[in-house]
Every structure is written in structure tokens, then in C-alpha cells.
Write a protein that binds this ligand. Structure first.
Ligand SMILES: [Zn+2]
Length: 233
């Protein structure tokens, strides 16, 4: 409809849509990021390479051996690269479209590795409720919801509660990270499916994801897989 087109054009003038990586103007079908920026990201060669890198990370930092069943990640995350700027925009600047793009890409990777049929639901790593108030959204939930539309699964942010308002993990040693998130997550009391896909934005030591997995397992989850946009290098 003509009126709709005009309205979109007016919105575009009022809120020009720019790439979160390089600030160039986006064409209408591009969602939050331009193809040139995506091409600069350090992408894993395939799902297996990503899965191995994540499992290694858990072996390194989680002596309790709380490994995900299977794991996927799109990129390696380096300090001060363009991906870092883009993920910052996704987490703190409200660029929801970025979470949608990454969620779609993750879902394609997961569906391509044939594991998508087994999940009973998708669980985003929860934020503390005060942080949701502060940021107005949970970026992991946006990624999870986008992936869920492709994988045709329910998103269940209601299974685990983040009861501790933890310090940011950035800048902490692996041991400090582990004790920072220890007991931060508790099951909500709702019935938990046996097979779960957990979604996080960036994985560093895996301490946060392992703490959420522990809470889900204590409530009856048996196989928990993990999908994350990026693995910190
Ligand atoms: Zn760009």
C-alpha cells in the first residue's frame, strides 16, 4: 500500500537505519548489520569446529565437567574487533534486529547439523529482573525467540530464575567468574523438559552457561545443548 510505503520512508528519515558495525546506511532488507561487516567476523568454518571449540572451553574452565550435550557458535570474538562493537550494540543499545539476525544464523547452523528435532524447548540465559528493567530486554531471549521461529520450538524463559544480581563477568579471572555465578540461578519450579537448547550471547569461560545448566539439571533436564553467538578468543 502506498500509505505504508510512505510511512516506512518517513520512519527511515526520522530513524535512519545504520549498520551497528560501520554506521553505513542499510538497505531495507538488511537487518541491523551490513554484509561487509558480517564478512569481517571470524566465523567458525562449520558446526563441528564450533562445537569442538566450545567443548574445549568447558573442559578448560569447568573442572566439574558440566559439558553441554552439543554446542554451536557462529564466531570467535576478539577484543576490539567489529563484532565486539556489534555485540555491544545488541546488548546495551537496543538493536534488537541484531539478535534476530544472529538467532536466525544459529538456527540454520543447528538445523543443518540435524539436531533440531530433539529439543523440548529453548531456554535463554536469564538476566536478573533488575537488569531487565535497566536494559528493557534480555538479548539472549531475543536471539532465542528468533532461532525458535525457524526451529519451531517454544521459548521458555520461565524455567530458571536469576536470583543473584551478579557483578559483570568481564574483567574477572576464571575462578572469580565461577564463584560470581555460583548459585546465581535456581529452577523456577515449573516442569522442565528432558532435552533443552540453552542460548547465550557470548561465551567466555562457560561459567554462566554451566551454572544455568546445573539449575536446569537439578530440575530434571537430562540433555542440554548450547548455542552462543560468539566464543571469546
Ligand atoms: Zn557495516
Amino acid at each position: 500500500m502506498r500509505g505504508g510505503v510512505m510511512f516506512d520512508e518517513m520512519l527511515h528519515l526520522l530513524y535512519p537505519r545504520v549498520c551497528a558495525g560501520c554506521h553505513s546506511l542499510l538497505v531495507s532488507e538488511e537487518k541491523g548489520i551490513c554484509p561487509e561487516c558480517i564478512a569481517t567476523f571470524d566465523a567458525f568454518s562449520d558446526a563441528d569446529a564450533a562445537g569442538c571449540a566450545i567443548q574445549e572451553r568447558f573442559g578448560h574452565s569447568c573442572p566439574t565437567g558440566n559439558y553441554p550435550e552439543r554446542a554451536w557458535s557462529l564466531y570467535r570474538f576478539h577484543k576490539n574487533d567489529r563484532l565486539q562493537r556489534v555485540i555491544h550494540a545488541m546488548k546495551y543499545e537496543g538493536v534488537h534486529r541484531l539478535g534476530e539476525v544472529f538467532g536466525m544464523l544459529l538456527a540454520e547452523m543447528i538445523a543443518g547439523s540435524g539436531a533440531d528435532n530433539r529439543f523440548g524447548c529453548i531456554v535463554p540465559v536469564p538476566l536478573h529482573r533488575l537488569k531487565v528493567v535497566e536494559r528493557t530486554y534480555n538479548q539472549s531471549e531475543i536471539i532465542a525467540r528468533s532461532a525458535a521461529t525457524i526451529l519451531r520450538k517454544d521459548v521458555r524463559p520461565d524455567l530458571v530464575i536469576r536470583k543473584k544480581y551478579t557483578r559483570p563477568q568481564a574483567g574477572l579471572s576464571p575462578q572469580e567468574r565461577q564463584s560470581n555465578v555460583k548459585d546465581a540461578f535456581v529452577p523456577s519450579g515449573n516442569i522442565v523438559p528432558e532435552n533443552i537448547l540453552l542460548v547465550d550471547d557470548v561465551l567466555t569461560t562457560g561459567a554462566t552457561a554451566a551454572a544455568v545448566m546445573h539449575a536446569l539439571e537439578s530440575a530434571g533436564a537430562v540433555n542440554i545443548s548450547l548455542a552462543t553467538v560468539a566464543l571469546a578468543a
